[in-house]
Design a protein. Structure first.
Length: 148
């Protein structure tokens, strides 16, 4: 009798994560919430997105690291994922590109474009990690935390 109760209890505990992973739970898309998202954010190769990543990188380097490094050119811009965690999360587009830094180095940048996560939630925002220049280890290891 104890074994049966134990198995039933274990099954109940495992049921909700399994249901969430298999999609059996009802998902309310972010576009149908009381305060909805519209999932209308710019693409990975949009010039405004690339300019914002370059601007934020230059500001971070100057302000925190006393460096004049800048992103001077983008190559091979690609989308990695769109809403990888499902419809009920804030719409995000994950991207990667090869960049030339002003010191002549060529490296990779991983970034995401996120709806309503810009200045005071009024516009889209970006989050990025330049490989080899994540000096405060915010996205360690090797910018993995900037990817889905």
């Amino acid at each position: 009798m104890r074994w049966a109760a134990l198995l039933i209890g274990a099954g109940l505990l495992a049921a909700s994560p399994v249901a969430a992973l298999t999609g059996r739970n009802e998902v309310v898309p972010a576009e149908r919430r009381v305060l909805p998202y519209d999932a209308n954010i710019p693409g990975c190769d949009d010039t405004a997105v690339l300019a914002k990543v370059a601007q934020h990188f230059a500001e971070k380097e100057a302000k925190f690291w006393n460096s004049n490094l800048q992103i001077v050119q983008y190559e091979n811009v690609k989308r990695v994922a769109w809403r990888p965690w499902g419809l009920d999360y804030i719409p995000r587009r994950f991207c990667t590109a090869t960049v030339w830094i002003s010191d002549g180095r060529k490296t990779r940048v991983d970034y995401s474009v996120r709806e309503d996560l810009g200045m005071i939630s009024m516009t889209w925002g970006v989050e990025f990690c330049v490989h080899g220049l994540d000096r405060n280890w915010a996205f360690n290891p090797a910018c993995k935390m900037a990817r889905p």
